[in-house]
Design a protein around this ligand. Structure first.
Ligand code: FMN
Length: 191
C-alpha cells in the first residue's frame, strides 16, 4: 500500500500540507507507506500543447526541465494518489493546475497509465470556492479511470493562516475518515 500526496500550495508546510499529513498519518497507522511531496519552491509550468507525449508514449512529459517527470514517476509507483490544493480565487493553485495539465495529458497519451489507482482531492480554504477546487481535482482522477475515494464530508479544511486547519474539527474528522476509507479499499484490493 503506497500512497503519494502532492501539495500544490505555494506555502511549504501550510494548511494544504497539514491536511494531507492528517490523511497520510491515518493511512500510515493502517500500514501504508506514505510520502508527502510539496510543489512549493519547485519549478513547474503548464502544458505547452506540443503533443510529443502522444508521439513518444514513454510515460514522461517531453518538457523535462521541471518537477513534472519526478511527480509522474512517483505517481506511477503509488497505489493511491492524493492531490491537495489551497483555494486560490475559487480554483486550484497555478502549480496544481500545471501538474494536472501535464500529468493528465501524459497519462492520456499512455493508455490512461494511472487507471484503477485510487485518488482523492483535498482542499484548504479560508472561506469560499473550495467545492470548485474539489471538482477540478476530481476531474483529473475521473477522466483517468481512477477510483475516487470519499469521506464523511467533501475533503475540505477551513483556515487562513498556517495551521488554522488544525482547529477545524469537522475538517480534521473528514481527513481521518478519508484515510480510513482509503486504507479499507487498499486492503481489499491487495487481497
Ligand atoms: C492567491 C490567493 C488566493 C486565494 N483565494 C481564496 C479564495 O478564493 N477563497 C478562499 O476562501 N480563500 C482564498 N485564499 C486563502 C487560502 O485558500 C487559505 O489561506 C488556505 O488555507 C491556504 O492554504 P496553504 O496554507 O496550504 O497555502 C487565497 C489565498 C491566496 C494566497
Amino acid at each position: 500500500m503506497k500512497v503519494l500526496a502532492i501539495s500544490g500550495s505555494a506555502r511549504k508546510g501550510g494548511n494544504t500540507a497539514q491536511l494531507l499529513t492528517m490523511v497520510l498519518d491515518g493511512l500510515a497507522a493502517e500500514g501504508a507507506e506514505t510520502e508527502l511531496f510539496e510543489l512549493a519552491g519547485r519549478s513547474i509550468q503548464g502544458c505547452i500543447a506540443c503533443y510529443k507525449c502522444f508521439e513518444q508514449k514513454d510515460g514522461k512529459c517531453a518538457v523535462d526541465d521541471d518537477v513534472v517527470n519526478e511527480c509522474l514517476s512517483k505517481m506511477r509507483a503509488a497505489d493511491a494518489i492524493i492531490l491537495g490544493s489551497p483555494t486560490y480565487f475559487a480554483d486550484v493553485s497555478a502549480s496544481m493546475k500545471a501538474l494536472i495539465e501535464r500529468c493528465g495529458m501524459v497519462a492520456r497519451a499512455n493508455d490512461n497509465m494511472l487507471k484503477r489507482k485510487l485518488g482523492a482531492g483535498v482542499v484548504a480554504v479560508r472561506r469560499a470556492g473550495a467545492y470548485h477546487v474539489f471538482s477540478t481535482l476530481n476531474s483529473f482522477f475521473l477522466i483517468g479511470e481512477m477510483i475516487v475515494v470519499g469521506s464523511s464530508y467533501w475533503n475540505i479544511g477551513l483556515g487562513r493562516d498556517k495551521g488554522e486547519v488544525q482547529k477545524d474539527e469537522e475538517g480534521v474528522k473528514t481527513m481521518r475518515d478519508l484515510a480510513g476509507n482509503m486504507a479499507w479499499l487498499l486492503k481489499k484490493i491487495e487481497g
